[in-house]
Design a protein around this ligand. Structure first.
Ligand code: TYD
Ligand code: ZN
Length: 409
C-alpha cells in the first residue's frame, strides 16, 4: 500500500475531503474462486492547497494493478486509434526536425497504439510499458519496448544506452504514477535542450463540472489541472508552454512542457491558469461541493435502478470500464440491479466485476438478448457506441447515463 498524509508532490500536509469507501482493484476482474482473497483499500481523495495536486491518500502498490494480467488494450477502440494517430502526427510535424536522427520515448506505451506511427515513419523510439502482457503485443509488432516502470533511475540507464530524447510523451499514464518527482527529474535529464514532453490525462475541470467521479479509481492517483502541472514543472526547472483540451476519456487535457525558457509560453496557458483560479480550483470549498454532488449522483442512480427493478425490467451494463468499479462499489450496486456487464475485451469476459461481482459477458450476449435498459459505463465512447447500437434503440432499448446527470434517454 502506498499511503501518504503528506502531498506526494510537495510534502505539504493533506487530509481527505471525502471517502468513497472500500474499493477493489478497478481492473481486477476475477473468478468466483478468488472472491475471498479480493484486495480492498479505502479510496479517499484529497486536495493539496500548496501545489494544487488532486490525489488519493491510499493507493495499492503498482504491481497489484499493472501486471501480466492487465486487461487494458488501447487498440480495442477504433476512435482511440484515430485519436492517437492524430497525436503522433502532431508531435512528428511540430517537434521533429529530422526523422532518422531523432529519438522519442513513450511512457506507458501499452500495445503500441501510438508508438507504431513513429516506428512506421522510421523514427528511433522506445516504449516503456510495465504490464508485460501488453508490452509483448507491442514487441511482436516490432515496436522497441521494455517492460519496466519509468523513474529517475531508469532514465539514467536510458540516457547511457540511447542518449537524450527529442520528444517524451504519455497518454493516460502520468496520472497513474505516485512518485511524479522521480519521473519529472528523469524527464528533465532525458530531454534535449529544446525537447518536448507532451502528455494527456483526464482533466480536473471536466470531472468537477460533470461530476464524473468515476475518473477516480486506484490507477488514477492524480486528476491533474493546469495549475497542478505547472507547479510540478517548476520544481524541476521545467515549464508548461501549452495546453490543448481533448474530448477523450470524458474530457482530458494535453500538456506541453519544455526546459524553462526554451520555448515561448502560449496564451492558452495564461488563460487556463486564470480560469482555474476563477473557477475555484484552488479553493477547498470547491471540493466539498464536489463531494455533495457525488452523493447526490449516487442516490439518483440507485433509486432509478431500484425503480426499474420494481417494474421487472432488465438492465445490462455497457462496457466493463475501470471507471464502473468506482460507480458500482461506491453506490453498492450489485447483481440484484444489473444482470450482467457486456464487454468486448476477451480477458474480462466470463469473469466478475471487481468488488460488486457482476458477471461480465461477451458483446454477443448483449446482441442475442438485448435488455430493456443499457447502463452506459463506457460513456467516454458514447459516439462510437451510439453509431454501433442503432438497432438496440430501434428495437425499443433505452440508455441510462450518470454523466453529466442521472437520466434515461
Ligand atoms: P475505457 O474507455 O478504457 O475506460 P476505463 O479507462 O474506465 O477502463 O474502457 C472501455 C471499455 O468498454 C473496454 O473494456 C471495452 C469496452 N467497450 C465495449 O464493450 N464496447 C464498445 O463499443 C466500446 C467502445 C468499449
Ligand atoms: Zn502539494
Amino acid at each position: 500500500m502506498n499511503s501518504s498524509n503528506t502531498c506526494r508532490v510537495c510534502g505539504n500536509e493533506i487530509s481527505p475531503f471525502m471517502s468513497f469507501g472500500k474499493m477493489p482493484i478497478a481492473n481486477g476482474f476475477l473468478n468466483e474462486i478468488d472472491f475471498k482473497n479480493e484486495y480492498f483499500f479505502e479510496m479517499k481523495p484529497s486536495f493539496c492547497e500548496n501545489c494544487f495536486a488532486f490525489q488519493l491518500i491510499d493507493q495499492p502498490d503498482a504491481p497489484m494493478m499493472f501486471n501480466e494480467n492487465y486487461p487494458f488494450f488501447s487498440s480495442l477502440s477504433k476512435h482511440m486509434q484515430v485519436h492517437f494517430k492524430n497525436f503522433a502526427d502532431q508531435l512528428i510535424s511540430n517537434f521533429l526536425r529530422t526523422k532518422e536522427d531523432s529519438f522519442v520515448i513513450e511512457l506507458g506505451s501499452n500495445d503500441g497504439i501510438m508508438l507504431k506511427h513513429f516506428k512506421n515513419s522510421g523514427i528511433p523510439h522506445l516504449g516503456i510499458e510495465p504490464s508485460k502482457n501488453v508490452a509483448d503485443v507491442a514487441k511482436k509488432e516490432g515496436i522497441n519496448t521494455i517492460s519496466e516502470f519509468f523513474n529517475e533511475n531508469l532514465a539514467d540507464h536510458i540516457l547511457e544506452k540511447h542518449g537524450k530524447a527529442n520528444i517524451i510523451f504519455a497518454a493516460n499514464v502520468m496520472c497513474h504514477i505516485p512518485d511524479l518527482n522521480s519521473v519529472f527529474a528523469g524527464i528533465a535529464k532525458l530531454l534535449t535542450e529544446d525537447g518536448i514532453l507532451a502528455f494527456e490525462d483526464p482533466y480536473l475541470g471536466d470531472m468537477l463540472e460533470k461530476v464524473s467521479y468515476d475518473q477516480i479509481y486506484d490507477e488514477h492517483i492524480y486528476i491533474f489541472s493546469a495549475s497542478s502541472v505547472s507547479s510540478l514543472c517548476e520544481r524541476h526547472d521545467l515549464e508548461l508552454i501549452d495546453v490543448i483540451p481533448q474530448p477523450t476519456h470524458g474530457g482530458s487535457m494535453r500538456y506541453f512542457i519544455t526546459h524553462k525558457g526554451s520555448h515561448k509560453i502560449s496564451k492558452n496557458v495564461h488563460q487556463i491558469l486564470e480560469n482555474e483560479e476563477k473557477n475555484g480550483f484552488k479553493d477547498p470549498t470547491t471540493y466539498i461541493r464536489f463531494k455533495n454532488n457525488c452523493e447526490q449522483s449516487k442516490k439518483d442512480l440507485v433509486s432509478l435502478l431500484e425503480k426499474i427493478k420494481s417494474e421487472k425490467k432488465r438492465v445490462v451494463g455497457y462496457g466493463a470500464t475501470s471507471k464502473s468499479t468506482t460507480i458500482l462499489n461506491y453506490s453498492g450496486i450489485g447483481n440484484d440491479l444489473i444482470e450482467f456487464i457486456s464487454d468486448t475485451t476477451p480477458l474480462k469476459q466470463n469473469k466478475y466485476s471487481p468488488g460488486a461481482h457482476i458477471p461480465v459477458r461477451s458483446y454477443e450476449e448483449f446482441k442475442k438478448n438485448p435488455p430493456d435498459y443499457a447502463l452506459l459505463f463506457a460513456w467516454n465512447h458514447s459516439n462510437e457506441i451510439f453509431e454501433k447500437e442503432k438497432d438496440f434503440e430501434k428495437n425499443g432499448g433505452k440508455w441510462i447515463r450518470f454523466v453529466p446527470k442521472v437520466e434515461i434517454f
